[in-house]
Design a protein around this ligand. Structure first.
Ligand code: GLN
Length: 280
């Protein structure tokens, strides 16, 4: 038998020795996630006894981490904007910066929160953006589209697990191709990495996030051209498009949308002060 404090100390040391950047935080993510602990448990329940079976599960997780797998992939789920989301092979791991896209959309919908809004999420992945919006907009309905059947299945499970299953639908579509109807908000965190940059990405992204969710084509902007070209046919009168972009893409994305008659309404930066969100 060993205690929570001892396990944490041991994992911190092993992760540090393995070159993990923030070993204390990651030890807590892994141990807390696998044992379903609250943050305060690390302080108040340090002498908690960990049984042999749990100790083994924890040891396996640390071994996977030392093998290069990102911590939330090991847990198989991650928190996003107050929701707990399952990850799978076909889904990008939701990033904290993407919560800014959600917050920007919610700000623009102030005063309209109780309307029966319709949301379209292009490349929904885990469903993160659409489900976070639905959780704050009680009468809205969302359609998440993706090319990956694995992602669609995961998004459906995430909707159900977060009590949003009756207001969320997941549909296979290549962008707008199979979509009918009009929407008040079109959101997307599309693939926006230049193809030639992909091999240089951190191993944790390159090997564990799906290429389909990352690769934005030769100049990284292919998805924005498709979205800007199609969006007006799928937008209601007061509707808008909100997208996440790469840190250096603001001007190029604006030019793409302006060419299709859109005007940049809002631009937001991420936690690292990079341009990250645009609304048209
Ligand atoms: N933000 C992701 C990354 O940094 C990229 C996601 C995307 O292409 N939409 O790897």
């Amino acid at each position: 038998m060993t205690t929570l404090t001892e396990i944490l100390r041991d994992f911190r040391a092993r992760l540090a020795a393995g070159g993990v950047e923030d070993p204390a935080a990651e030890a807590r993510i892994l141990v807390g996630g696998l044992l379903k602990l609250e943050r305060t448990d690390f302080i108040t329940r340090g002498d908690m006894q960990i049984g042999a079976e749990d100790a083994q599960r924890l040891a396996n997780a640390v071994a996977r981490r030392l093998g290069g797998e990102p911590p939330y992939r090991i847990l198989g789920h991650r928190a996003f904007h107050g929701l707990e989301l399952e990850l799978s092979e076909g889904t990008l791991e939701p990033r904290p910066d993407t919560e800014i896209l959600v917050d920007t959309v919610l700000e623009l919908l102030k005063g309209r929160q109780s309307e029966p809004l319709r949301l379209l999420d292009l490349g929904t992945g885990t469903g993160a953006i659409c489900l976070a919006l639905l959780s704050q907009l009680p009468n809205a309905r969302g359609l998440g589209v993706d090319l990956s059947e694995d992602a669609l299945a995961t998004a459906r499970r995430n909707a159900a697990a977060n009590g949003l299953g009756n207001r969320f639908e997941a549909q296979a579509s290549n962008w707008f191709e199979a979509i009918c109807g009009t929407f008040d908000v079109i959101v997307s965190n599309p693939p926006y990495i230049r193809s030639d940059v992909i091999p240089t990405l951190d191993r944790e992204v390159r090997e564990f996030d799906p290429l389909l969710a990352l690769d934005g084509g030769e100049d990284g902007l292919a998805a924005y051209r498709v979205i800007a070209s199609g969006a007006s046919a799928f937008l209601n009168e007061d509707g808008f498009v909100a997208v996440e972009t790469g840190f250096d893409q603001r001007h190029a994305v604006r030019a793409i949308f302006e060419e299709k008659g859109f005007v940049e309404a809002v631009s937001r930066q991420d936690y690292g002060r990079n341009d990250r969100v645009q609304v048209f």
